[in-house]
Design a protein around this ligand. Structure first.
Ligand code: BG6
Length: 463
């Protein structure tokens, strides 16, 4: 059996707004996440989160204890440039600079995401990604990151989950204008994001030698037809483009997939492509694909659409004659109703390999659960089982030709879930806080963190 390479990047992930806290500390500006109305009043906002802003050194020490080879985190745009464009906040630059140095001191490779759902609120006021001015603002922000951290970062990720941001905007805190043609609006945003990240990829290649790599990080999930009816097969191909391939075909191959363009035309939702945009996009040439994987998606053809009972990750727009997502009775579910499908990770890795032939890194994968702290311990065997089965799937995919070069599970530490609070815990490390009571935010290693330490030490052999 072909084995995982010795330089494989074992680690875990976080995102700035879900983990850092310090939402207005040391000159940070507000992002849309800081001003978001929390719909479920029982759950926490993002103001203090896991208080990483005040615990970062201790957090890196814990990562080093677990033997991390990499740590994938995101930089908060408004900590660097409080208004999104304009003045740079020196204290914000200093925070990440110190964090990066500390990681490198412990030989942990930083894998840095430039944007993870936290649009500066000042830019949201002018329309966010729907406004082309934000393309310029993002490129400017990326240049500030290159100027300040480019000497130390080998792996850059432009955008986290462009597809989720578009398809599930309201869940991740992105408002849509009232009475707009939703499809047209979100695919205009998609086009603007694509142009923005293509410009940043080109700039990265111009500035740095080939040791510095840049890629994008959509949420990719293999799509299964609900049956072997030819209609369901067609639906699965259609939803696969809407859910996955549209965002990668364009940035990797420079082509907008016709399956979705045809739907947009039919729905009177074609977005504007300005002269010169396609040339910019064609020069993107990402060096790798990062992707987040939680579950697969099952699809059927339907005349009437009704998929809104599904949990967030399994829900996508459905259209009569195009397809819609349904639940899969063959799969077990997490406490939060997400389907668990390790085999699907193998399928996804092999599909990515076949379709794009690029190195890939898994930047999120994990299980959200109501962990319990009992007598100072968290016995999260369900998390060990989840991670173990997914790592087994990675090993099988490696053996069958996947060029996967890293696994960064979600998440390194407990953090605030996108819309289900701190009670939906994903971390290897427990954060001792409740939804409304921040307590001391003490860090406690869960059973899974000791197990993962052994996995890393044995390069995935000892599961
Ligand atoms: C991914 C996001 O969609 O899924 C993360 O990149 C998120 O930010 C993760 O936390 C898990 O989703 P949730 O809704 O359980 O927080």
């Amino acid at each position: 059996m072909k084995k995982i390479g010795k330089d494989f990047l074992w680690g875990a992930s976080t995102s700035a707004y879900q983990f850092e806290g310090g939402f207005d500390s040391d000159g940070k500006g507000l992002s849309i996440q800081d001003v978001k109305e929390i719909l479920n009043k029982e759950t926490s906002d993002f103001k203090v989160a896991s208080d990483h802003y005040n615990h970062w050194k201790e957090d890196v020490t814990l990562m080093a204890q677990m033997g991390f080879k990499s740590y994938r985190f995101s930089i908060s745009w408004t900590r660097i440039i409080p208004n999104g464009i304009g003045e740079i906040n020196k204290k914000g630059v200093e925070f990440y600079s110190n964090l990066i140095d500390e990681l490198l001191k412990h030989k942990i490779e930083p894998v840095v995401t430039m944007f993870h759902f936290d649009m500066p609120n000042e830019l949201e006021k002018i329309g966010g990604w729907a406004n082309r001015k934000v393309i310029t603002a993002y490129v400017n922000y990326a240049n500030v990151l290159f100027d300040n951290f480019g000497d130390r970062i080998k792996y850059w990720i432009t955008i986290n989950e462009q597809n989720v941001l578009l398809l599930q905007g309201p869940i991740v805190g992105i408002k849509r204008p009232q009475n707009c043609n939703v499809l047209k609006h979100v695919f205009q945003m998609n086009h603007n994001i694509t142009v923005a990240q293509a410009l940043v990829m080109e700039e990265c290649h111009k500035r740095f030698d080939s040791k510095v790599k840049i890629g994008t990080a959509p949420n990719i999930s293999s799509i299964y037809p609900a049956s072997c009816k030819p209609e369901d097969i067609v639906a699965s191909k259609n939803i696969a483009v809407l859910r996955n391939w549209f965002y990668l075909d364009i940035i990797v191959k420079g082509i907008y997939n016709r399956i979705l363009l045809a739907l947009l035309e039919e729905q009177n939702a074609m977005f504007e492509i300005r002269q010169g945009d396609m040339e910019i996009i064609k020069k993107a040439n990402p060096d790798f694909i990062a992707f987040n994987y939680y579950t697969t998606t099952t699809v059927k053809m339907n005349e009437k659409i009704d998929n809104y009972k599904l949990p967030d990750q399994e829900r996508v727009f459905g259209f009569p004659g195009f397809g819609q997502t349904v639940s899969n009775a063959n799969l077990a579910k997490t406490q939060f109703g997400w389907e668990i499908d390790p085999k699907g990770l193998k399928v996804t890795l092999l599909e990515l390999q076949e379709r794009y032939n690029l190195p890939v890194i898994i930047t999120e994968n994990g299980i959200g659960a109501y962990d319990k702290l009992e007598e100072g311990k968290i016995n999260d065997d369900y998390r060990i089982n989840y991670l173990k089965s997914h790592i087994e799937a990675i090993k099988e995919a490696v053996n069958e030709g996947s060029q996967v070069f890293g696994y960064n599970c979600w998440s390194a530490f407990d953090l605030i879930s996108v819309h289900e609070g701190i009670s939906k815990r994903y971390g290897l490390i427990y954060i001792d806080r409740e939804e409304k009571d921040i307590k001391t935010a003490r860090r406690i290693r869960k059973k899974s963190s000791y197990w993962y330490e052994k996995v890393i030490k044995s390069n995935g052999e000892n599961l």
